[in-house]
Structure formats: structure tokens, C-alpha cells
Design a binder for this molecule. Structure first.
Ligand SMILES: Cc1cc2nc3c(=O)[nH]c(=O)nc-3n(C[C@H](O)[C@H](O)[C@H](O)COP(=O)(O)O)c2cc1C
Length: 200
């Protein structure tokens, strides 16, 4: 009797999970129930996000992998008007400027894997991320970059990051269309599995 109850309960849980997981972004496609492909690793998801899209993906990654989240925030805030923002960003990127960040990661030594997220700004990653990469010691850690974009895709986001940290150990980067609802679960899962396979 106990056994029957257990089977009924697990079946009910599965159906509930499938019914709740409606964020496929595609009508009629099968629900993806994310699995952590990095079991046993201590993970940090550090990200910069100006308008929330990269934050949404960072939260999804943290939820799947059980990672800690760390939002990069600049001491000087950026202009809210879009034209001013893009002009300032362009100037900073061209100058290789590294804005000061508000907070430091505590317990840096404990992390094995660091996801680093940024919006694509002018074909590369945001200056706040450049500061972050310059501030920490990545030896003995693996870096997993991810980006959100407004139509340009990866451009030179990944290659610029490799150039900034030539000695670091990188897993493959991903880029996702910028949406407030985050990445499509299937795309996220495919990339995480591909990245995890490289750690074997
Ligand atoms: C200053 C600035 C520059 C941008 N440059 C690009 C670009 O070169 N290519 C692109 O595809 N999207 C570009 N975008 C769009 C962002 O990458 C996209 O909206 C992203 O998802 C924003 O992420 P966030 O909400 O986390 O800030 C730019 C946005 C801003 C504000």
C-alpha cells in the first residue's frame, strides 16, 4: 500500500512539474525540466545587467546549478536616457575604462566555477565586467561567459574576454537574445550540458 502511494505521489509530482514549466517560449514544444550538469561544484554567477535581461539569465543559471548570485554594480550610475547611455558606454569601451564596483565577492576561494554574465555593449562586454575580471584571481577556476544581446549575437564578447584573461581556463560561452523573461530553457540546458562535458 505504501509503495502504491509512493508511485502515485511521484507521478503527481512529475505531472505538476510538467504543467508548471510553461516557459518554453515556443507553443507546443515539450517542457524542459532543467537538471544541474555540474553536481558537486561550488558555483558563482557574477553578472552585470543594466536593464534586467542578463539578470534574468543569471537567475535561471543559479536556479539550475544551485549557484550563488553576485550582481556587479558600479559606484557611478549610468544615465537612464538611452542615447546618453550608449554614448557614455562607447566612450568607456574605447578608452578601456574600468568603472569602480560597489562590492567584493566574499569567500572567493570556495568557488570552482565562475559564470560571468554581461549584456553585449558595442560588440563587447560591459566595462563593469572588465573591472570584475581584473579584480580577481582566476587561477584554479573555470570561467563560463554568457551574454545577452539586442540582435548582434556574440560579436567579439567571448574573444575579448579570452584576450583580457589569456591564462584563464574558459568553458564555451553562450549568448541569448535579450528578454526580460530570460533564455529559453532548452537553449540554456543545451549550453550548460555542452559546457559541463568539457569539464570531464
Ligand atoms: C550601451 C548599449 C550598447 C549596446 N550594444 C549592442 C550591440 O553592439 N549589439 C547588440 O546586439 N546589442 C547591443 N545592445 C543591446 C543589449 O545587449 C541588450 O538589450 C541586452 O540584453 C541588455 O542586457 P541588460 O538588460 O542585462 O542590460 C546594447 C545596449 C546598450 C545599452
Amino acid at each position: 500500500m505504501q509503495k502504491i502511494t509512493r508511485y502515485l505521489c511521484s507521478g503527481l509530482l512529475f505531472l505538476t512539474a510538467a504543467a508548471c514549466n510553461t516557459d518554453t517560449g515556443e507553443a507546443g514544444s515539450a517542457a524542459v525540466i532543467p537538471q544541474n550538469p555540474f553536481p558537486g561544484q561550488k558555483i558563482l554567477v557574477a553578472y552585470y545587467s543594466h536593464s534586467g535581461n542578463t539578470q534574468a539569465v543569471a537567475r535561471q543559471i543559479a536556479q539550475i546549478t544551485g549557484a550563488d548570485l553576485f550582481a556587479l554594480e558600479t559606484v557611478q550610475t549610468y544615465p537612464s536616457a538611452y542615447n546618453q547611455l550608449t554614448a557614455q558606454a562607447k566612450k568607456e569601451i574605447n578608452a578601456g575604462f574600468r568603472p569602480e564596483l560597489k562590492k567584493k565577492v566574499s569567500g572567493w576561494e570556495q568557488y570552482d566555477l565562475i559564470f560571468v554574465g554581461s549584456p553585449n555593449w558595442w560588440g563587447t562586454y560591459a566595462p563593469a565586467v572588465k573591472t570584475f575580471l581584473a579584480q580577481y584571481d582566476f587561477s584554479g577556476k573555470r570561467l563560463v561567459p554568457f551574454f545577452t544581446h539586442g540582435g548582434g549575437g556574440m560579436q567579439h564578447c567571448e574573444s575579448d574576454m579570452h584576450q583580457q584573461l589569456p591564462a584563464a581556463s574558459f568553458l564555451p560561452a553562450a549568448t541569448f537574445p535579450g528578454r526580460s523573461s530570460g533564455a529559453k530553457p532548452a537553449d540554456l540546458q543545451n549550453w550548460l550540458e555542452k559546457a559541463a562535458a568539457e569539464t570531464l
